[in-house]
Design a protein around this ligand. Structure first.
Ligand code: HEM
Length: 238
């Protein structure tokens, strides 16, 4: 068939949806994943579900990319691993930014939505759970490569020009850690703004616990080395 006579309006992919766009992206199923107007106790349930569901998708992508970076690091492809890690970093920015939308909720009207959440809690977020499981494996893979190069973390930072790829990987790890913290800080502030910081969550966790979780880091050695470098510099300069 010549290009001019090709029928672009007829879908060619398998499936029942009217266009290839909808067939490839499963938009029919995707757009049915939110409550219908009749099912909602408040119209803001759509806003609430969209923010959570899209966060789960970005976190799914983030986890997949972190897992790829683990494999690459284990295979010794350190520079490529650092390149791949730009993606989960962007995912973390997106999920952090979109928390803003929840501040459009009225704290009083949100109470209506809260009543239909059951024991639903972010602690059970599949996206966060899988990401949290993948990150320590990334740390293990990085440290294995670093030890293989015969370097302490401090030496890697001092001699970074001789170990550029490994250094960049270390910096990607700490940036990811920082973004997880940024998300936690932002989430805590949003929770405080919507339901308050002196109440108990839908799974029985006092909100103040979220404030303490902000301190959690996945790669403590990479934070600690900053202290060591400052101490070393001070010792060297007297
Ligand atoms: C109005 C919006 C939100 C409120 C009021 C809220 C409230 C809470 C509360 C009270 C907790 C403590 C656990 C509990 O008892 O439930 C919690 C934890 C959590 N929430 Fe949310 N949340 C909101 C939005 C989100 C969004 C959009 C996500 C994205 C996936 C999310 C993910 C999490 C996670 C992962 C935790 C565990 C805390 C951690 O590991 O740091 N939350 N949330």
């Amino acid at each position: 068939m010549s290009q001019a006579s090709e029928d672009y309006d007829t879908p060619i992919l398998p499936g029942g949806a009217p266009s290839d766009y909808e067939r490839y992206l499963n938009t029919v199923e995707l757009l049915e994943l939110q409550k219908t107007p009749d099912e909602r106790v408040h119209r803001d349930e759509l806003l609430f579900q969209v923010v959570h569901q899209s966060s789960e998708l970005w976190l799914k992508l983030a986890t997949s990319e972190v897992e790829e970076a683990v494999l690459l690091t284990e295979q010794g492809e350190v520079a490529e691993a650092a390149r791949v890690l730009r993606r989960p970093l962007r995912c973390m920015r997106f999920v952090t930014d979109q928390l803003d939308m929840l501040e459009e909720l009225s704290p009083w009207e949100y109470q209506e939505i809260r009543k239909v959440l059951g024991h639903g809690s972010g602690f059970d977020s599949p996206g966060w759970k899988t990401l949290r499981a993948a990150l320590p494996r990334l740390g293990q893979a990085f440290h294995a490569r670093r030890r293989e190069a015969g370097l302490s973390v401090e030496e890697l930072y001092v001699q970074r020009r001789d170990h550029e790829a490994l250094y960049r990987l270390a910096e990607s790890l700490i940036e990811l850690d920082e973004w997880c913290q940024q998300w936690r800080v932002r989430h805590y502030r949003v929770v405080a703004r919507v339901i308050g910081d002196g109440v108990v969550g839908t799974q029985g966790t006092p909100v103040e616990v979220l404030g303490r979780l902000v301190q959690t880091v996945v790669f403590p050695e990479l934070w600690e080395v900053r202290n060591e470098l400052t101490a070393r510099s001070k010792a060297e300069t007297g």
